[in-house]
Design a protein around this ligand. Structure first.
Ligand SMILES: [Zn+2]
Length: 479
């Protein structure tokens, strides 16, 4: 390959005099080039002419091509220590100036957005979308929740200034997976220069196509490999941001999340869940743990920003005082237990200790549960209701169309157990059985329900907390 051949290749791709090109490249991909890096850069500059501009990123480890541009006497280097570019040509100064003043390294006011605004191209010469810095522009402009601020010292005419830029990109993202989207929209030209596969797209088109994709799905840059801890953490950040806009609070059963505390914490964090229901820890009912141990567990959760939505009892306790004292000592403010007749006395004791009680339907019909809750309300005794759709389905009821509506449960409810099952009592994934979970979640959201939606232990037959949280996330997206 030589300069003339490269120029022919660039013109065949559609580049002409006056164009602006942001070049990401690998010299070695082209094959052997007569005149080396200098010949490649000259080929670009001669194709773009005096009125055109060549821009290259000069952060991270520099390739020989970028280094060749940066070292030119006529090169302008942007004045930002992050996402720095070097440019040669008519618009070099316009593109590079005041980069450090931008609020984000890659967003509005950065060279990347200026190139888009000026109608410039992005050229990937022998490299893939993983090297395409303008991807970060799209992420920054969308303000994606997994991006973090970054700080650095900047040399300015007024001296050294410490500056923070918002929405700085993090670890792994699946940019190469976005190539097919750009190809499908027909805006990207692909060709070959030497042996280098070369892609050319208008920066504006890339930003438009990917911004649209990002608005539909904020995880559009993330990979689906469950073993990729980076993308799992970034997905969790997106989910936390979604959850922070909901009125309800998402909790998960400790038993669903894992066996040991560190495992439970890790899985809840990976799922973006901020509340835990203490039912079983290490295979034992949490309320039978020694007080000091339970106290330590609660503290360890809190230290990791996971708070207890309730202590769940598998049955009605014989000695409620003992459990109320245990909860109080551990800073647990709420108990969940099966609903039973004559609950009045028990609730009165709990109220005295300032512990909230919530009764769950286990093997009882909607009419039976509604009668007990109504009775408590008439006696002005405050108790919550934990609605288990799987529980009502097992009784042959339609939990939304029939039970929820007829029993007027909304006014007592402080928890919806996200657990589904068939009329035959077979546990299924959320919204995969007769529990009418989707309808219940939707109507509660419409009513600004501020209680807990809890991914309950019943889901264990259908997967771990990460899988069930993903099911629930999908369910929310479908409403
Ligand atoms: Zn990944």
């Amino acid at each position: 390959m030589n300069k003339t051949g490269i120029k022919q290749g660039l013109r065949a791709m559609g580049l002409k005099k006056g164009d602006i090109v942001l070049l990401h490249s690998s010299l070695s991909s082209i094959g052997k080039v007569e005149g080396g890096a200098a010949a490649v850069i000259e080929a670009f500059l001669e194709t773009l002419g005096k009125t055109g501009t060549l821009v290259v990123p000069v952060f991270g480890s520099l390739g020989i091509l970028t280094d060749t541009v940066k070292r030119r006497l006529d090169a302008v280097v942007s004045d930002c220590p992050k996402g720095t570019v070097a440019a040669v040509g008519a618009d070099a100064r316009k593109i590079c100036t005041d980069h450090w003043r931008a609020d984000t390294v890659h967003g509005e006011g950065s060279p990347y957005l200026k190139i888009a605004g000026l109608g410039g191209y992005i050229c990937l010469l022998g490299v893939d979308q993983d090297r395409n810095t303008t991807m970060h522009s799209v992420e920054a402009m969308l303000g994606l929740p997994y991006l973090n601020p970054v700080s650095d010292a900047v040399q300015t005419p007024q001296g050294t200034v410490r500056k923070t830029w918002q929405y700085y990109p993090g670890p792994h993202r699946d940019f190469i997976g976005l190539d097919k989207l750009l190809r499908a929209r027909g805006k990207m030209k692909t060709g070959k220069i030497g042996s280098a596969v070369t892609r050319l797209i208008k920066s504006r088109d890339l930003i438009e196509i990917l911004t649209e994709a990002g608005r539909r799905d904020p995880a559009f840059c993330l990979c689906n490999n469950p073993e990729c801890a980076d993308c799992a953490a970034q997905r969790a950040a997106i989910f936390r941001a979604v959850m922070s806009k909901e009125d309800f609070k998402l909790s998960a059963s400790a038993a669903l999340a894992g066996r040991y505390i560190p495992e439970i914490i890790e899985n809840l964090q990976r799922s973006g869940i901020g509340y835990v229901e203490l039912d079983f820890i290490q295979g034992k009912p949490a309320h039978l743990m020694p007080a000091e141990k339970l106290q330590l567990a609660v503290r360890e959760f809190a230290g990791n920003n996971i708070f207890v939505s309730g202590l769940r009892l598998p049955g009605v306790p014989a000695d409620i005082q003992k459990i109320l004292q245990l909860a109080k000592g551990c800073g647990i403010e709420r108990l969940v237990m099966p609903l039973f007749a004559d609950a009045v006395n028990l609730v009165k004791q709990a109220v005295k200790e300032k512990i909230a009680l919530s009764f769950c339907n286990c093997g009882v019909t909607g009419d039976y549960a509604a009668a007990i809750m109504k009775d408590l309300a008439e006696q002005k005794i405050r108790a919550g209701f934990t609605f288990s759709p799987a529980g009502f389905a097992r009784c042959g009821e339609m939990p939304f169309l029939q039970t929820y509506r007829n029993g007027k449960f909304r006014k007592y409810m402080d928890q919806l157990d996200i657990e589904d099952g068939t009329f035959a009592g077979i546990q299924t994934a959320p919204a995969g059985g007769n529990g009418e979970i989707k309808e219940l979640v939707s109507i509660l959201r419409c009513a600004g329900f501020s209680g807990f939606m809890t991914l309950s232990a019943g889901n264990r037959l259908c997967g771990n907390v990460i899988k069930i949280a993903a099911d629930f996330r999908k369910l929310l997206e479908e409403i």
